[in-house]
Design a protein around this ligand. Structure first.
Ligand code: ADP
Length: 448
């Protein structure tokens, strides 16, 4: 096992990893930008190094500085968390060439799956349904128009390197396709340095269902069931739950098995998520793989009892999976709300600033993963999530009641948050009955 790990991230996920290491008796090195200097969670690390100014490009994305900190700190492994360098195959490569284990999949499977277009091709090869769309990349508008006519409008233009809903545009007809193509290309180039695009049929009224997988270095791959992340705004998740409130048992089995097939075909190791869209008839379509730990991983931890961060570390250290598929339970219902410092009434505009008061909920089945505290200032340079509230209860009805109670207890003053919106969502008959799709939030609470 590793004696020392560097955490190449910040905020709640850095804290989550530091906690796991502490429990495993592993020493830690944390890195921080000038904006995070003095943050309380850094006290959990054995050593800390400043890696530059607040802007991610000058600190959390600086491979040279992170590797320097790893060398000085004398670590054997780096955990990248999510975001920043987590899905950067070059970073994984640099770590390993410096004899530092990257806690994540192999560079090869990251490359294969990180590109959404090549991931689609692998899915097709192993009989995993994909959204109908272009065979490969779409080079220009004329080609886009031709393909859109073949598969039928509406279509979605997507960036091969995409993430976080960026580089994605809906087109309803020829005219909007042309401008959507240009917008998606410009946005993808700016965000990912690559304007490569492909086209998918737009699935109407879909649910977002994803499957957590774990693979070891010996070819064993298991799934840890699904998470339903249909409650989104602008293609970004707000509330996640497991199990999905609607999937028929045979569909659930099929979707979980499809995820395992895809992971095996890509030689996938460590933790990952295979994402699908599910249409109203419960046909499912693969959309992408996230080759890293995800924000919403606690939902799966609660229902399976498996600590995913510890599992990632053990796999990277060369341990075989300690369980077989049939040993992985699914107990009760877990729901997570992402607590963001954002104003839902103003198009989710970030609301950074000082948290004057923070009262954290507790009680049976309540978990709050957060680096925030009273007196903490949410910096404006990073994403606006300040914590995750997770509940675990025997039934969905009880989980909803527990979450509503916990949200009432949670008091955050000083910054505007998404909490009031969650109270409304959790009380809404459509959510309670599970009859929602990915556009539910935008349709029900249109921004002013
Ligand atoms: P990103 O990597 O940018 O998050 P994804 O491919 O994971 O992009 O898609 C994010 C979300 O966008 C999905 O959860 C869904 O709400 C929506 N979406 C993606 N593809 C489609 C599609 N073909 N039809 C309808 N909605 C889609």
């Amino acid at each position: 096992m590793f004696q020392r790990i560097l955490v190449a991230n910040r905020g709640e996920i850095a804290l989550r990893i530091l906690r796991a290491c502490r429990e495993m008796g592993i020493e830690t090195v944390a890195v921080f930008s000038e904006a995070d200097r003095g943050a309380a969670y850094l006290e959990l690390a054995d050593e800390t190094y400043c890696i530059g100014p607040p802007k991610p490009a000058d600190s959390y994305l600086r491979i040279d500085r992170i590797i320097s900190a790893a060398e000085i700190g004398n670590v054997q492994a780096i955990h990248p968390g999510y975001g920043f360098l987590a899905e950067n195959a070059h970073f994984a490569d640099v770590c390993r060439s410096c004899n530092i284990e990257f806690i994540g999949p192999t560079t090869e499977s990251m490359q294969l799956l990180g590109d959404k277009n090549s991931a689609r091709q692998i899915a097709k090869q192993v009989g995993v349904p994909v959204v109908p769309g272009s065979e490969g990349l779409v080079r220009n508008e004329a080609e886009a128009v031709r393909i859109a006519h073949q598969i039928g409008f509406p279509v979605l233009i997507k960036a091969a390197a995409g993430g976080g809903g960026r580089g994605m545009r809906l087109a309803l007809n020829d005219l909007s396709l042309k401008s959507a193509f240009q917008q998606a290309q410009a946005e993808a180039e700016a965000a990912f340095g690559s304007g490569e695009l492909y086209i998918e049929k737009y699935i109407e009224h879909p649910r977002h269902v994803e499957v957590q997988i774990l693979g070891d270095n010996y070819g064993n791959v298991v799934h840890l069931w699904e998470r339903d992340c249909t409650i989104q705004r602008r293609h970004q998740k707000l509330i996640e739950e497991s199990p999905s409130p609607v999937l028929r048992p045979e569909v659930r089995q099929a979707i979980c098995q499809a995820a395992v097939r895809l992971a095996k075909a890509a030689g996938y190791t460590n933790a990952g998520t295979v994402e699908f869209l599910v249409d109203k008839d419960q046909n499912f379509y693969f959309i992408e793989v996230n080759a890293r730990i995800q924000v919403e991983h606690p939902v799966t931890e609660m229902v399976t009892g498996i600590d995913l961060i510890k599992a990632q570390i053990r796999i990277a250290a060369g341990e075989p999976l300690p369980f077989r598929q049939e040993d992985i339970p699914h107990r009760g219902v877990a729901i997570e709300c992402r607590i963001n410092a954002e104003d839902p009434k103003r198009n989710f505009r970030p609301s950074p600033g000082k948290i004057e008061q923070l009262i954290v909920p507790g009680g049976f089945g309540v978990r709050f993963d957060s680096h925030a505290h009273a007196g903490y200032t949410v910096p404006p340079h990073y994403d606006s999530m300040i914590g995750k509230l997770i509940v675990h209860q025997p039934t969905r009805q009880e989980a909803i009641a527990c979450m509503r109670r916990a949200l009432q207890e949670l008091r955050i003053q000083g910054v505007t948050t998404t909490v009031p919106l969650y109270q409304e969502i959790l009380a809404h008959p459509a959510f309670v009955s599970g009859q929602v799709d990915t556009t539910f939030v935008e349709r029900t609470w249109p921004s002013e």
